[in-house]
Write a protein that binds this ligand. Structure first.
Ligand code: KIV
Length: 304
């Protein structure tokens, strides 16, 4: 269902051009106005600040931090406590963007009570929306979390927490049966009332069909240009990973190269006694220096 006259009156862009807080409602307005939604992952205070000051709509504390920040092999190992440590850091850096955080593997699978308890911890630590992976089969759970006043983002297609079930990180939705399931998943999440739906690793055509069908904004990653918005992993964008990027990744900078170069230059400067220079050193106040010189001179004279 697309928006009508009310959304045109209650615009998310303030008349004076100043920045307004992005909310779940403003994501819907963006979809209705066909304004692309931007989202980047952030896992710490400085990246969160830079992203927020870059006027990105959504900051996602993704469980991809398991690999990008903590060096785990996949997302399965990361715990609620580890995620919350990063949520709190990101919260301190974000003023305007909507802060969405991933509920990690195992934190919403055992029971709805457990899921609501864990989701509540995320909200208390500063998340505004929690994200859970899975479609149709998560719809009732998502309703329970929303009933606890906690907005939920869905995530379907290539869902990394299901890597073992999927048999690897494979593009999903390539057969007619799989497309039908993905459509059912998207519609079930939409009816459950999700704030938005992340579409990961699915053919462009399928993402376009889902985007046209659901009222919730879709945010794509490896899902083509027809989604309502796009998300990328911060470390992919900046070449801060140690692996070949996926096909959909576009690198917008080479922070990895810059950091390597800076590390090597620091080492060379220290080894060549080029760092620090006199200008980079602290000095005694003039009077102390004069007094110290006379003490040293007296000591030298006594030794003679
Ligand atoms: O964890 C993550 O970074 C994500 C995005 C890829 C959507 O879930």
């Amino acid at each position: 269902m697309r928006g009508g006259a009310l959304e045109d009156i209650v615009s998310f862009t303030p008349v004076d051009g100043s920045r307004q807080k992005i909310t779940v409602a403003s994501l819907r307005e963006k979809k209705n106005h066909r304004d692309p939604i931007t989202c980047l992952t952030a896992y710490d205070y400085p990246s969160a600040r830079l992203i927020d000051e870059g006027e990105i709509d959504i900051v996602l504390v993704g469980d991809s931090l398991a690999m990008t920040m903590l060096g785990y092999e996949n997302t399965l190992s990361v715990t609620v406590d580890e995620m919350l440590h990063h949520v709190r850091a990101v919260r301190r850096g974000v003023k305007h963007a909507l802060l969405i955080a991933d509920m990690p593997f195992g934190s919403y699978h055992a029971s709805a009570e457990d899921a609501v308890r864990n989701a509540t911890r995320f909200m208390k630590d500063g998340a505004e929306v929690v994200k859970v992976e899975g479609g149709e089969k998560r719809a009732d759970l998502i309703r329970r979390i929303i009933d606890a006043e906690i907005p939920v983002a869905g995530h379907i297609g290539l869902t990394p927490q299901s890597v073992n079930l999927m048999g690897g990180y494979k593009v999903q939705g390539k057969s007619l049966t799989d497309i039908e399931q993905l459509m059912r998943d998207a519609v079930a999440l939409d009816r459950a009332g999700v704030a938005c739906i992340y579409l990961e690793g699915i053919p462009r055509e399928v993402a376009a069909m889902i985007t046209a069908e659901v009222s919730a904004p879709t945010i794509g990653i490896g899902a083509g240009p027809d989604c309502d918005g796009q998300v990328l992993v911060f470390h992919d964008v900046l070449n801060l990973t140690f692996s070949e990027p996926a096909k959909f990744v576009r690198r917008y900078g080479d922070a990895g190269g810059m950091i390597s170069q800076a590390v090597r230059t620091f080492k060379a400067d220290v080894e060549a006694r080029q760092y620090p220079s006199d200008a980079e050193s602290y000095h005694l106040p003039k009077e102390t220096k004069t007094a110290l010189e006379s003490v040293l001179e007296r000591k030298r004279a006594m030794r003679r």
